[in-house]
Design a protein around this ligand. Sequence first.
Ligand code: 5GP
Length: 181
Amino acid sequence: MNSNNIKEILLTELQIKNKVRELGKEISQDYQGKDLVLVGILKGAICFFSDLMREMQIPVNVDFMAVSSYGNASQTSGAVRILKDLDISVEGRHVLIVEDIVDTGLTLTYLKHNLRARKPSSIKVVALLDKPDRRLVDEKPDYLGFTIPDEFVVGYGIDYAEQYRSLPYVAVLAPAVYQHK
Ligand code: 5GP
């Protein structure tokens, strides 16, 4: 990986760590005594999910879903498809969807609709990043790490063409990287 491909670091490791700790504390207080299932959305949420899980101060169950997203393009298609479904039942339980980024909001609309059919007691969303400028539907995460400008970001689990996920920070990718493809 060429470090020239990174335009700027938007969120440092420390900023992320502190925020995830705060979120873990707040969510733990809100779900005290409740049967909570954290549903991580693969693959972008992997780092956020595993850090948040370890900041939880109450017992939780964990499971994952994978949905189709950007592929190799930096624009959303709007089409959402389940590539991997939950292994466990969420009926009668409290579901917290753990997402990397809310952008147009279409993925969240689809996921909530899909999960609602399984009759959970509640469905809420925690997202690490929110790009409200690009919203096409009326969706808002219930818990949020950071609001960011409309720029294409990578790192901390978030990829471009399956690269950059292992960066420990969130960075803005230099537009030249995806414009020349
Ligand atoms: P939405 O359905 O809200 O438009 O899209 C959400 C998904 O799009 C996120 O979970 C993420 O996978 C992808 N996404 C949105 N913005 C970015 C971005 O800046 N960088 C990358 N790599 N993916 C993004």
